[in-house]
Ligand binder design. Sequence first.
Ligand code: F1P
Length: 346
Amino acid sequence: IKDCMRGRIYPEEGKVQLGGIKEFAEKLKNIDRIIIVACGTSWHAGLVGEYLIEEYARIPVEVEYASEFRYRNPIITEKDVVIAISQSGETADTMAAIEMAKERGATIFGICNVAGASIPRLTHAGVYTHAGPEIGVASTKAFTAQVTVLTLMAFYMAQQKGTITTSKLIELLTELDHIPEKIQVALESNELIKEVAEKIKDSTNCLFLGRGSGFPVALEGALKLKEISYIHAEGYPAAEMKHGPIALIDEEMPVVFIATQNSSYEKVISNIQEVKARKGKVIAIVTQGDTEVKKMADYCIEIPDANEAFLPLIATIPLQLLSYHIAVMRGCNVDQPRNLAKSVTV
Ligand code: F1P
C-alpha cells in the first residue's frame, strides 16, 4: 500500500502523493469525467474505482468494458481522463480502447503491473501496482493491488479538488494503513471456508449478491468461481435479485451475500430473508461479531470491520479462497484453467 510506484501515504498529515500522475495534478482539478476501460477482473477493480472516485473526488466516472468500448463511437473530449487497468499490460481490447481515446484527445492514465509492458507505453502517465506476476492465470493479487491504486487515486484526486477535508483524509489513510492486518485476519477463516466449499462444491449454479462497494466484490466472486471451478456463477447488485435471478432460487442454489455492516446492511438482510423464504442456501460474508445475519444464514464467514471504501480489499479474499478450495475439490487446475489465457492478446 505504501510503496505503489512513486506513491506514498502520510496518514498523520492526511496527504497522498502519487508521483506517477503528478504532472497532471492541475488538470485533475478541471476534468469533466473519468472513463475507466478494462476487461475481466480489472473491469471489476474499475467498478470499485467508480465508487471511490465519485464518493470522494466527486468526478463523474463511467466504467466500460474495453472489448465493447473499442467498437463503439463514444463521445470523448480533451477534458476526459481515461484510466486503463490491466494486470498483464498486454490485453488487446484495452490497448485498442486506449488508442481510440487518445486519438480523440483524452489523457490516458494506466494502472498496470510493471513497466515494460505494452499498455504503459501507450499511456501519458500512470501508476504501477508492483504486485508481481500472477502465478496462475486468474487475477487475484492483481485485483487487490489495482483496487489499492484506485483508492490512492481517488484520495489524491479528492485532495487536488478539495472535496475532502484533511481530518477525513487522516481518518481514511490511517485505516488504509492497517488494511494489510485486516486482510491477515480475513485469511484466518481459511479452514471454515474449506468446510463451506465442501458443502457447495457439487452445485451447478451459484449467485453472488452485494450492494454499494460490495457489488463489484460479488461480480469478482462469481468470476473467480466460473474461471477456476467451472461452476456457472452470476454476480448481481442485491437489489436486482427481484428483477430476475430470484426465479432461480431453490434449495439447490447457494447464494453468497456480501452482508457486512455498511450503509446497506439492513437492505441486504431483507434480501437474505427473501432467499431463505425460497429455501436458498445462504453463505454470508459478515462483519466480525455480527448477530443478525447469523440468525438466518447457513454459513457465515467473518471479516474485520472496515469503512465501506475498503470493503472490496478485504471481502474479496474469502471469496477467492472459496473458489480456490471448490476448484481443488473438483480436481480443477487452479493455475491453468481450461480455455483461459494469461494475456488475451487477440
Ligand atoms: C484481463 C483478464 C483477467 C482474467 C484472465 C483473462 O486481463 O480478463 O482479468 O483473469 O486472465 O484476462 P488484464 O488486462 O487485467 O491482464
